[in-house]
Design a binder for this molecule. Structure first.
Ligand SMILES: *Cc1c(COP(=O)(O)O)cnc(C)c1O
Length: 242
């Protein structure tokens, strides 16, 4: 793939900036920067942007729309990329997800988990999954309520096609750092309860372009970063002609 050097330079610079933000947040929190994975959220962006980010050192990408993700995965089949599903999953999409992704961050119903487990091809590793939790549950949005996390986790831990890795949350964006830390700490507490119970979870998927520092302070191990790497989605770069 021939990439425009302008696109590559811009994405490389953005990734360096995000790595620096992660490093400073880790320093402040007394954590090893290696304990935080940067997931490049590439929804709506093309394979040229993803391959530029791959060349700049990212190897894990998050996609929200299943069909779009599968197309990109096929186009980038020669790249050793880990694909993460971070969008809502309808029952009729579970097979595509089970067959194409390495990770799913958005499991919030046992029925979906069971289907993913049954449909995971035997020749692949178990699908790595996080339960999505809704910790600022004022409005109706995806994710289980806090009190539903542990019962669902215990059921998922038994499914042979899945490996339960932890929790994922998308709190409403709050610009106040301390307030944001507090919301993320609620997720961390639920995760601590899971570990206390004896579940071998190691992943907290939380923090995006605007709030990754607060998420890292609260213990995030995967930050899902779109805009800060690829640009504002409503105004993406024009497709690059090759
Ligand atoms: C789009 C999206 C992101 C990335 O958001 P940015 O603000 O662009 O970094 C992260 N997580 C989920 C679930 C998303 O849908």
């Amino acid at each position: 793939m021939k990439l425009s050097s302008q696109l590559m330079d811009r994405i490389l610079k953005n990734i360096q900036d995000v790595k620096e933000r992660v490093a400073s947040a880790c320093k402040l929190a007394g954590r090893d920067p290696k304990s935080v994975t940067i997931l490049g959220v590439s929804k709506t962006y093309g394979v040229d942007s993803i391959s530029a980010a791959f060349d700049a050192g990212l190897d894990a990408f998050g996609e929200n729309y299943i069909a779009e993700a599968v197309q990109k995965k096929q186009a980038l089949a020669s790249f050793n990329i880990k694909w993460h599903c971070i969008g809502p999953i309808q029952s009729n999409k579970t097979r595509l997800v089970a067959e194409n992704f390495d990770w799913v961050h958005t499991v919030d119903r046992i029925k979906i988990a069971q289907r993913l487990s049954e449909q995971r091809p035997k020749y692949l590793n178990p699908l790595q999954v996080c339960i999505q939790v809704n910790v600022d549950s004022a409005q109706t949005k995806s994710g289980v309520k806090a009190e539903e996390v542990l019962p669902l986790a215990i059921q998922i831990a038994d499914l042979p096609g899945l490996q339960l890795r932890g929790l994922m949350a998308i709190p409403d964006p709050i610009l106040d750092y301390e307030a944001s830390c507090q919301v993320f700490r609620r997720v961390k507490c639920l995760w601590d309860d899971m570990r206390q119970y004896g579940l071998a979870v190691d992943t907290l998927s939380m923090g995006m372009s605007l709030d990754l520092e607060a998420a890292i302070q609260a213990g995030s191990t995967i930050v899902r970063v779109g805009t800060a790497i690829f640009g504002v989605r409503d105004n993406p770069l024009p497709p690059i002609k090759t």
